[in-house]
Design a protein around this ligand. Sequence first.
Ligand code: CU
Length: 65
Amino acid sequence: MKTIKIKGMSCGHCVKAVTKALSEIEGVENVKVDLDKGEASFEETQPVSAEVLEEKIQKAGYGVG
Ligand SMILES: [Cu+2]
């Protein structure tokens, strides 16, 4: 299980958007987003680069870190 910090989430809609964005990445499974902590955790079925994660999150309108 890997956990990353997500910036800019404020409501349930954001949680859904981030969950969807991460779930679309190949190798990312079982995404859980915690709004209060501002974190997303997921399983990696294959290595996923930080660049890919960041790009996907940014395209959804949020930030990583
Ligand atoms: Cu929101």
